[in-house]
Design a protein. Structure first.
Length: 253
């Protein structure tokens, strides 16, 4: 009888160990699923700022820990670059025209950004192409054109700091159709960080604590609790009489 009790106790012990191991394996599998949010979960909702993007031009959705932004590249505001006959065409006789938007071969752009930007890595320089997407649906470029200073191409910029060349319609300067000396949302950059106008929210003052990228931590119209974000720096660029949209480097890679 004693041997039978010992055998039953051994079987019960092995059974309990098996359950414990199974539970540990389950937890381990869950932990390896891949996360980006501070609380260890994959985002299930888009950031509130995406509600301001032009829905006629952009399609924005979550893909795991990333946000995919697909855009036609066609802005929702007036410019000479729409070309004569378009409902959003306006005359700008002082602009040294490059090709019109509608004659450009392909304006569509897709970017993929982190839903939760990583601010612990190294800063990275911008490149001579799309560095972000504006709320209008058009691309944002940096402070250079064709590998040289922007002032070489400044004569071709329209009233809102944009032009075509190369490829797609894009902004180099503060896009006045979106933000003009205010705290409006301009768009999102390739590192997943949002870009705002020259003024801070909610004070309406020009921020004085910006880092080398023009960013800082603080409240925004879309996150009153505060987050890291960029501003257009309040310094007139060269002879343009306006302000560079974003020169870099990125902080969120």
């Amino acid at each position: 009888m004693k041997n039978l009790f010992k055998l039953l106790a051994l079987i019960l012990s092995l059974f309990m160990i098996s359950i414990a191991c199974s539970s540990d394996d389950s937890n381990s599998s869950s932990d390896d699923s891949g996360t980006t949010d501070d609380d260890g979960s994959i985002p299930t909702e888009l950031h509130a700022a995406f509600s301001e993007f032009n829905s006629d031009a952009t399609t924005i959705y979550l893909d795991g820990s990333n946000v995919v932004i697909e855009t036609t590249g066609l802005p929702d505001h007036e410019t000479v670059y729409w070309g004569v006959g378009h409902e959003l065409y306006i005359e700008e006789p002082d602009v040294d025209l490059t090709p019109s938007i509608m004659s450009s071969n392909n304006n569509a752009v897709t970017i993929v950004v982190d839903a939760t930007p990583n601010l612990t890595g190294n800063t990275i320089s911008t490149t001579f192409d799309t560095i972000g997407i504006a709320v209008s649906g058009a691309s944002i470029f940096n402070d250079q054109e064709g590998g040289g200073p922007l002032n070489q191409a400044a004569a071709s910029l329209d009233w809102t700091g944009g032009h075509i060349g190369p490829g797609v319609y894009h902004y180099h300067l503060e896009p006045k159709a979106i933000t003009n000396d205010d705290d409006n949302l301009v768009g999102i950059l390739l590192d997943g960080i949002f870009l705002y106008g020259r003024r801070d929210y909610p004070s309406g003052d020009y921020p004085t604590d910006l880092d080398e990228s023009g960013g800082h931590f603080g409240p925004t119209p879309h996150n009153p609790d505060g987050e890291y974000h960029y501003h257009i720096i309040n310094e007139v660029y060269s002879t343009t009489g306006s302000y560079i949209a974003f020169a870099g480097p990125y902080q969120g890679y």
